[in-house]
Write a protein that binds this ligand. Structure first.
Ligand code: HEM
Length: 407
């Protein structure tokens, strides 16, 4: 669709994402208006869309000029109470608050902690496929893609198996508020958060007395220069992990499966090289670039500034479109080609670098690789069994359902 002046109509709000990924619009913006003013949703302010890789990178690395604390990192406007709670999460903090919190929680993401999980992740991927293999058909999102990240987060936090469905429900409620299938009505997000805090408090209290080899035990005891996380900060980190670690990885795995359905040669190559470490390493990066499960994050200009020559006034919102940066023709040769050997592949699926760069990046890489390897190994003829359904969200590039079958 075009406007009276012949330009494409640009609508990057949730209704568009429910239908499709607006690649054509983002490509037009990259080539014609890399810093574009977009009107806000009914419940939010207008914003500058940044679609070029270099601009996303530049803004990501200037946390003092482009703040997350002056507004939420999401496009919607939130009420005072949600903003107050959100301000306690890592993604919504500027330095120096961010430096302190990131130092504290990093104790749970050391190479040792990730290393401990590596073996468990591969084992869990095997069990997940075991649990569906006889059925010969399933919803790939719910039974396969969602399971591994959920189990890994629960394992890290120390949530027992019988309570996992609670974490699944809570994170769906928090992330799916724009989608009719997940929206549980006004206030449901706040209720989910309060339930999560109460739950987290219980686990934290237990780990204070009986530490185990899980993140929660590390975090309740983590200390940097005599400083510790407050119970409220710990609760909010639990919410962050449950959301940041679940939906992102789940959708990335679903997009990876779809990419292999759409690219049979790449699939055949991966299937015949299941133990080829180098190939799987580069393929995992391409899955991330291709799937870009986080569409964007928002910043607020803390002072008058400019991006790509466009003046931005203090207080104006700037949205960083990682998914567009990952198709930037100035950075990626043939960006719409799914190339499992792409090298270099400096995608921005985990952000544009800088202080908020994804804390779970290596964990996510491990999960994606393990799950996809196990699926191709054990379900070699897995194929689509109907159309996938997209999530209505301007934040998560999500697939809600994806029917598959195998013999
Ligand atoms: C495919 C999976 C994932 C994707 C695409 C993804 C993407 C991102 C992105 C785009 C950011 C923001 C970067 C920025 O603002 O510059 C981020 C931050 C973050 N991610 Fe991930 N993520 C994934 C998996 C995970 C996992 C598994 C965890 C934890 C278990 C995690 C934890 C976090 C946290 C805590 C932050 C905030 C970091 C900060 O503000 O300092 N993510 N992620």
């Amino acid at each position: 669709m075009t406007t009276a002046t012949g330009e494409p109509r640009i609508d990057l709000l949730e209704d568009t994402w429910a239908e499709r990924i607006p690649h054509a619009e983002m490509e037009w913006l990259r080539q014609n208006r890399p810093v574009h003013w977009h009107d806000g949703p009914a419940s939010g302010e207008g914003f500058w869309c940044l679609t070029k890789w270099s601009d996303v990178r530049e803004v990501s690395r200037q946390p003092r000029t482009f703040s997350v604390e002056l507004g939420s990192p999401f496009i919607e406007t939130h009420d005072e109470e949600s903003l107050r709670l959100m301000a306690l999460t890592l993604v919504s903090m500027d330095p120096p608050k961010h430096d302190r919190m990131r130092r504290l929680v990093s104790a749970g993401f050391t190479p040792r902690m990730t290393g401990l999980l590596e073996h468990k992740i591969a084992e869990r991927a095997v069990h997940i496929v075991d649990s569906v293999i006889e059925e010969q058909a399933c919803d790939f999102v719910q039974r396969i893609a969602a399971e591994l990240p959920l189990q890994v987060i629960c394992e890290m936090i120390g949530v027992p198996e019988e309570d996992r469905h609670l974490v699944f429900e809570w994170s769906n409620t928090l992330v799916g508020q724009q989608d009719p299938d997940f929206n549980r009505g006004p206030g449901a997000g706040e209720v989910a958060m309060v339930q999560m805090y109460a739950y987290c408090d219980r686990i934290a209290a237990d780990r204070r007395i009986r530490p185990r080899d899980d993140i929660m035990s590390t975090l309740v005891h983590a200390e940097v220069d005599g400083d510790r996380l407050s119970p409220e900060e710990l609760d909010m980190f639990f919410v962050t992990l449950a959301v940041a670690g679940n939906e992102t990885t789940r959708n990335l795995i679903a997009h990876s499966m779809q990419a292999l359905f759409d690219h049979p040669e790449a699939r055949a190559e991966l299937q015949s090289g299941l133990d080829d470490q180098m190939l799987w390493k580069s393929a995992t990066e391409e899955f991330l670039r291709w799937g870009s499960s986080i569409v964007c994050f928002r910043r607020t200009a803390a002072e008058d500034t400019q991006v790509h020559g466009q003046p931005i006034r203090a207080g104006e919102k700037v949205v960083l479109y990682y998914i567009s940066a990952n198709r930037d023709e100035d950075v990626f040769v043939d960006p719409y080609r799914f190339d499992i050997r792409r090298n270099p592949n400096e995608h921005q699926a985990f952000g544009g670098g800088g202080i908020h760069y994804c804390l779970g990046a290596n964990l996510a890489r491990l999960e994606i690789r393990s799950m996809m390897q196990e699926v191709l190994r054990r379900l070699p003829d897995i194929r689509p069994d109907g159309e996938p359904a997209r999530l209505r969200s301007n934040f998560i590039n999500g697939i809600k359902r994806m029917p598959v079958r195998w013999d």
